[in-house]
Design a protein around this ligand. Structure first.
Ligand code: SAH
Length: 263
């Protein structure tokens, strides 16, 4: 179809067949699984996925694309009954309403990639795994380890819940229109059991946010509203360190100390 890509919906359509094949291979969809694709667009991933699974739900915000899909996928060759189209904003979609053991995927609109990741964290108990195409720089932040330049709030918040794997680097030329930056494909699998448990996850999020609010400042400074010098001594933590040197485990230890001292 003649579709003018819409910038406001972050539309960069995948066109490189070799890359599409390697993405589908990485997802490795199996008969009987329930897949959800966010932002199917013109079907670059949707079509190969449909060939492999029994049930595919797509969440697409663009009404023009949805009306195109309704004709395109009504052909018997696409086995229409496998496909359910949800014409809604993925940020407002209740993923858990689709059941459990969900496998979520998508070439995500870059302008809303972080909010979507956080939204999906709210639906985590129903999710088996997630595979996303994102800006490479974002994927680097997701998988970063402490004391590296990309390590920050996103790394800590996501790694608390997820195991992540950087899979494939994808150049701008693989898309039409080509985005300005490189992309990467990432796998996110919820931890079977959380390696470190924060007694209050909201408090954890607030501590992490405050700690990284000013990257160059010491934890003594950024966490002043939460912990004083005595607390750091009791915690046996050097308060002169910066947030970027703290592991997820250490953020959890600080949160739980704070939680106990508050209650
Ligand atoms: N998967 C396709 C399209 C990727 S472009 C491909 O790889 O070629 C991103 C897609 O996400 C577009 O179809 C766009 O309309 C859709 N989209 C953008 N914002 C969205 C939102 N908030 N909720 C659901 N879909 C969205």
């Amino acid at each position: 179809m003649k579709h003018q890509a819409k910038k406001r919906f972050g539309q960069n359509f995948l066109t490189d067949q070799a890359i599409i094949t390697s993405l589908v291979d990485a997802i490795n969809p199996q008969e009987g699984q329930m897949l959800i694709e966010i932002g199917p667009g013109l079907g670059a991933l949707t079509k190969p996925l449909l060939n492999k699974v029994t049930e595919l739900h797509v969440v697409e915000i663009d009404r023009d694309i949805v009306s195109w899909m309704n004709t395109e996928y009504s052909m018997p060759s696409y086995e229409k009954n496998k496909l359910t189209i949800h014409n809604v904003d993925a940020l407002k979609f209740d993923f858990s309403s689709l059941g459990s053991h969900l496998r979520v995927t998508g070439n995500l609109p870059y302008n809303i990639s972080t909010p979507i990741l956080f939204h999906l964290l709210d639906n985590l108990p129903s999710i088996t795994d997630m595979h996303f195409m994102l800006q490479k720089e974002v994927v680097e932040r997701m998988v970063a380890t402490p004391a590296t330049p990309a390590y920050g709030r996103l790394s800590v918040m996501l790694q608390y819940y997820l195991q992540m794997e950087y899979l494939i680097t994808v150049p701008p030329e693989a898309f039409n229109p080509a985005p300005k930056v490189e992309s990467a494909f990432v796998r996110c699998v919820p931890h079977a059991e959380l390696p470190f448990i924060a007694k209050d996850t909201d408090l954890f999020a607030r501590v992490v946010l405050a700690a990284f609010s000013q990257r160059r400042k010491t934890i003594r400074n950024t966490l002043k509203p939460f912990l004083n010098d005595d607390d750091f001594v009791k915690l046996d933590i050097d308060a002169q360190r910066r947030a970027e040197t703290f592991s997820v485990a250490e953020f959890v230890v600080m949160t739980n100390y704070l939680y106990s001292s508050l209650s």
